[in-house]
Design a protein around this ligand. Structure first.
Ligand code: SF4
Ligand code: SF4
Length: 466
């Protein structure tokens, strides 16, 4: 017998207890210091019979919850099996659809949007391509027979291409009904074109939620996310949220940098006062992904979206890393993210716990991202680079795409994470961030310090509820 490598513990001295978590089984226990101490002095098989009744019961609880494993290699085997099962899971098929790469904003941190002639080059899905996407998704549904289909509309600004969004929602909803599966629709939007009509049209088709981006309080947001002419967008977005609140779940996201992070508590205060506050399903902020200025280090360097003077086709940087995992690698960012999560929780608003951050979509074979031209990607982060496409809905592939698909198949940055206890809830971090920053997606993008401080908050939340 030995302690599992996935054990984490947080002392709770004010209660004389210890919070224990096993990241593989997700067991979370608040136990006495004596019980936690058992993990440091596990009895040999011969000694178990000599334990008192209480100690034996405590040991059984620890074994049942995965805190104690029988063999030294048992954890490694479980880890390999866990990632294999995650990768091959067919119970849920996820499709992220980029209806267009055009955008009606001119965010300073994004090369996309209404800057210069970007929208002239940016792809927009045609109805003819959407029909082929529908064929492709239906063929996958017949092959995989999932219980659930999760469809996410994204861009650019997805609401700039409503005909494609409505067509695919209606078609795949009908396809889901014929196959008796549960379909969910999510929309990630800047919120400017969000109307009750859009929500009412999608709601009977399975609308699960709408995620809207607010970059700080009014003044900061208007500076960070203006229209091309410089006009602010905060008030118009808030008016739209008020009109749809109560009709669908709302999530709020936001992108911060060093100049804006301190304005987020004011945004949280503002949200807390709104009539729709109790309809907010989740709030989560993350760092701006931006290229380094000459001589400076970027918070998160951005894949260059303009090469040889021609804009590349890329996804909205609002949500790169929008799965369940933030795409950060910087210590400064770790601290700020935990600060914002704490501030959100303090106001009674829902947010991520900061510990359960993965494995993200890139570790799932049946989570697909489809660009406006029908190209397939392993996750939304890589749509900025046609060289990282893994295939096409038409079934045509070239040797480069086949090589790329094989690289994603073998992707396992967590194998380089040694005996880190967070591996099952992290997976080695955001591979897109590693690819962008380090040029190697198989290198872990580690945000362990953020997870460690989030673990302390989780421990106190769990202890407070017991
Ligand atoms: S690799 Fe990064 S961008 Fe891609 S799904 Fe994972 S967290 Fe998101
Ligand atoms: S990236 Fe860091 S926190 Fe995540 S599993 Fe690897 S070492 Fe642990």
């Amino acid at each position: 017998m030995q302690p599992s490598m996935f054990n984490l513990r947080v002392p709770l001295p004010e209660r004389g207890e210890v919070f224990l978590m096993n990241t593989m089984s997700d067991a979370q226990l608040v136990v006495s210091a004596d019980v936690a101490g058992l993990l440091d002095n596990l009895p040999s098989p011969d000694e178990v019979g000599r334990l008192g009744a209480d100690e034996r019961a405590a040991l059984t609880t620890l074994i049942d919850h995965g805190f104690v494993v029988a063999r030294p290699d048992a954890d490694r085997e479980r880890l390999e099996r866990f990632f294999r099962m995650t990768r091959e899971d067919t119970s849920e098929m996820r499709v992220t659809l980029l209806t267009t790469l055009q955008c009606n904003f001119a965010c300073g941190y994004c090369f996309q949007g209404d800057h210069g002639d970007y929208n002239k080059y940016a792809h927009k899905m045609s109805l003819e391509t959407a029909a082929r996407v529908g064929d492709w998704v239906e063929a996958r549904l017949d092959e995989l027979e999932p219980e659930k289909l999760a469809l996410t509309f994204f861009g650019g600004e997805p609401l700039l291409n409503l005909p494609v969004m409505y067509y695919l929602s209606e078609r795949l909803h009908a396809a889901g009904e014929r196959r008796d599966l549960w379909m969910l629709i999510n929309v990630i939007t800047n919120g400017l074109l969000l109307t009750p009509e859009v929500v009412d049209r999608l709601e009977p088709l399975g609308l699960n939620g709408v995620k809207i981006t607010l970059d700080g309080d009014r003044a900061t947001h208007d500076r960070m996310r203006p229209l091309r002419g410089g006009q602010g967008t905060f008030d118009r977005i808030l008016a739209n949220i008020r009109r749809v609140a109560g009709r669908c779940r709302i999530s709020i996201g936001g992108n911060f940098d060093a100049s804006s992070v301190q304005s987020y508590p004011a945004l949280l205060d503002f949200l807390k006062e709104q009539e729709f506050a109790d309809q907010i399903a989740r709030i989560n902020f993350k760092p701006v992904i931006t290229p380094a200025a000459p001589g400076k280090t970027a918070v998160i360097p951005l894949t260059a979206l303009k090469r040889d003077g021609t804009p590349l086709q890329s996804t909205c940087m609002t949500s790169a890393g929008a799965g369940s995992s933030p795409c950060d690698t910087c210590h400064f960012v770790d601290e700020q993210m935990e600060f914002l999560r704490r501030e959100t929780r303090r106001r009674g608003l829902p947010t991520l716990d900061g510990v359960h951050m993965g494995p993200c979509e890139i570790h799932r074979r049946h989570a697909y991202t489809i660009g406006p031209d029908g190209a397939l990607y392993a996750c939304p982060g890589f749509t900025g680079d046609a060289g990282m496409s893994t295939g096409h809905i038409d079934g045509r592939t070239d040797p480069r795409q086949e090589r790329t698909a094989r690289r994603f198949d073998a992707l396992a940055p967590w194998r380089k994470c040694g005996d880190c206890s967070f591996i099952p809830v992290c997976g080695g971090g955001c591979s897109f961030a590693s690819h962008t920053e380090l040029g190697d997606m198989d290198t872990p993008a580690c945000h362990k310090s953020s997870m460690e401080s989030a673990l302390v908050s989780l421990a106190h939340d769990v202890a407070g509820a017991t």
